[in-house]
Design a protein around this ligand. Structure first.
Ligand code: M6R
Length: 613
């Protein structure tokens, strides 16, 4: 939800800001803008649309400046437009500000300002906050830093703000609550970003800013304070991330690169944790809450979107293998519906970004009620990772395509390790099944590789065949039901084709009315205990002239004969099979998106990380 960048140092700021904004575009692409310091005044360039539109508008090097801030927007208050684009000028024109987040009490602050005669050039909550800060600065005759501190004590909501003003040519003031902010430390220069990607080419030394902290950033100085004006020593960390990890390489899109990375990322999520040869799993995060887990009444999994689908697979795994009651909750519902939580509950939070606002607040609420929190998170050091009591990183590396692919399979792999380890601790799994499943899991990366080596051409042909469909239905049973949901979500996000995921048997209770000779129905029909049942469901669709496309297990001729087209995956135990059956569905969505000539990495209206509720 909005990307922010900043630079102060000896280099030209504009190219660094533009490059940083391109790296952060996955966070929002409704408009982009920069503000640059020009000695005694500020220059703002901003444009509706992607960063490329800003660059075309402002040119390659509009002015010389070594201090500036930049923003790429995912619209909340006010439509995507030039006037609502950030940065905003304050009423006097002496301060420019960018903002990521939502100021919840902006209407009240705006009324106060309007009664004092302020007028506004945008519909944004951000411009209200900026003028509120300027008003305090003027009335209190204080510094900008002091005015920011006073203003933020009155603000409710979430924010990262960066400000520059005419009085301090090389200074950026930054503050955060509820949205991420990283500061990169260079030699005689500092970089600011929503994540570390804008600074990775220049430095690997970074400081993660915490909620309610305020930073005064100059080329040679980084001062960190809390809102009580007390100094805090910045904790400088070394990034373990290479530039190549955030670049597309030879792939046309990040989504395709990330789909193809999955043999490696699944392996990375298992590395050092799964030892099939010697027959054990090490999951140090789980050990930290072992007692809690042994005595838990139930596990509640909270997540959103694709991570919620991974959670559903987690529910099936933990209930089957550990004989422990599991509920899977949409974080947005869980946080508001006053759920019953006890200290005997263990909450598992699943999140790629670790910044999803609803998941974060749901966890804070559960924590207050005494539940233990276990995080399955991809982004190291993210807010969710930091508030959990224990956890396991998914180690999928940076995921930049807005549609989640490799993060999903890494989440599922970690859930499989978690369920197997917990089953062993609780004594609910026999040794031979345990050993067998370790080998099955170990074999997954090579099987994913096989799909990517052998199925892409077939899937491209299917994409060409069905690219003009208006609707799709995705059906699966058991572990493949969440995969049907995930396949439908991927298609919706990337191709804008309406798609529904359903448990295959539930189809007869309504969705079957949609079936006609134009409707593609994608069955996830791998060989498992439901196979005969799902074959019957396929017959039912065929009888109504629907177009059956199926994900099938290698060597399964039954479905081959009933479907118009098939996508083949290697045979695997049903507990690990979702890691295979999802791959063709990711590819199908990707190639239909390409066929429809869409920007698959930046689907309309979406943002990678949803830091507003
Ligand atoms: O970062 P998170 O995993 O918490 O994000 C949750 C969802 O916003 C995310 O999975 C979203 O549904 C993706 N666009 C799916 O591809």
């Amino acid at each position: 939800m909005c990307g922010i960048v900043g630079y102060t140092g000896q280099k030209q700021a504009y190219p660094i800001l533009i490059d940083g904004l391109k790296k952060l575009e996955y966070r929002g692409y409704d408009s982009a803008g920069v503000a640059l310091h020009l000695g005694n005044h500020l220059a703002v360039y901003k444009k509706q649309g992607k960063v490329a539109a800003l660059k075309e508008y402002a040119g390659d090097h509009p002015v010389a400046s070594t201090t500036g801030i930049g923003h790429t927007r995912w619209a909340t208050h006010g439509e995507p437009s030039d006037r609502n684009a950030h940065p905003h000028y304050s009423a006097s024109g002496n301060i420019a500000m960018i903002h990521n987040g939502i100021i919840e009490n902006y209407a009240q602050l705006k009324d106060e300002l309007v009664s004092k005669g302020y007028t506004f050039n945008s519909d944004t909550d951000s411009e209200v906050l900026l003028n509120f800060i300027e008003d305090i600065k003027r009335n209190n005759e204080c510094s900008l830093e002091e005015a920011v501190r006073v203003a933020l004590k009155r603000v409710t909501g979430a924010y990262v703000i960066l400000l520059i003003d005419t009085e301090h040519p090389d200074t950026i003031i930054a503050a955060r609550k509820g949205s991420p902010l990283v500061i990169g430390v260079g030699k005689g220069e500092h970089f600011l970003g929503s994540d570390a990607s804008p600074m990775l080419a220049y430095t690997k030394e970074v400081v993660y800013i915490n909620d309610y902290e305020l930073a005064i950033v100059r080329p040679d100085e980084l001062i960190l304070k809390n809102l009580g004006n007390e100094r805090i020593t910045p904790f400088v960390q070394k990034l373990d991330l290479e530039l190549a990890a955030i670049e597309k390489g030879n792939y046309d899109h990040f989504m395709l690169k990330e789909i193809h990375e999955q043999p490696k990322t699944i392996l990375d999520s298992l590395r050092g944790r799964l030892n099939a040869e010697q027959g054990y799993i090490t999951l140090s995060g789980l050990n930290k809450i072992e007692e809690k887990l042994r005595n838990a009444n139930r596990i509640v999994i909270v997540a959103c979107g694709t991570s919620w689908h991974a959670g559903l697979i987690g529910e099936y795994l933990i209930e089957e293998l550990c004989r422990l009651n599991v509920e899977v909750e949409y974080a947005s519902e869980f946080r508001y519906r006053n759920p019953i939580i006890s200290p005997q509950d263990v909450i598992i939070a699943i999140s790629q970004s670790g910044e999803t606002a609803d998941t974060l607040v749901a966890l804070e609420n559960a924590k207050k009620q005494g539940a233990a929190i276990f995080g399955i998170v991809n982004v190291v050091g993210s807010s969710i990772a930091r508030i959990t009591d224990a956890g396991a990183y998914t180690h999928a590396g940076p995921e930049i395509g807005v549609a989640s692919t490799k993060a999903f399979t890494a989440q599922v792999a970690v859930l499989q390790l978690f369920a197997l380890k917990l089953a062993q601790l609780r004594g609910t799994i026999g040794d031979s099944l345990f050993q067998h499943l370790l080998h099955e899991l170990e074999a997954i990366p090579a099987k994913v590789e096989w799909i990517l080596d052998n199925q892409v051409e077939a899937i491209k042909a299917i994409a060409r065949r069905y690219r003009d469909a208006d609707n799709f239905l995705y059906l699966g049973r058991g572990y493949n039901f969440p995969i049907a949901l995930e396949g439908a979500l991927k298609l919706k996000e990337i191709t804008y084709i309406h798609a529904e995921g359903y448990p295959a048997a539930e189809m007869k209770h309504g969705p079957i009315a949609l079936v006609d000779e134009k409707l593609p129905v994608v069955f996830v029909a791998t060989k498992d205990i439901y196979h005969e049942k799902i074959v019957s469901n396929i017959q039912e669709i065929n009888a109504r002239k629907g177009k059956v496309v199926a994900v099938v297990s290698e060597g399964d001729e039954t479905v081959n004969e009933l479907a118009e087209a098939v996508m083949v995956v290697p045979q695997a135990h049903e507990i690990v099979a979702p890691l295979l059956s999802v791959i063709p569905l990711q590819l199908l969505a990707y190639y239909i998106g390409v066929e429809r000539d869409l920007d698959v990495d930046k689907p309309r209206n979406l943002a990678k990380s949803v830091t507003v509720e």
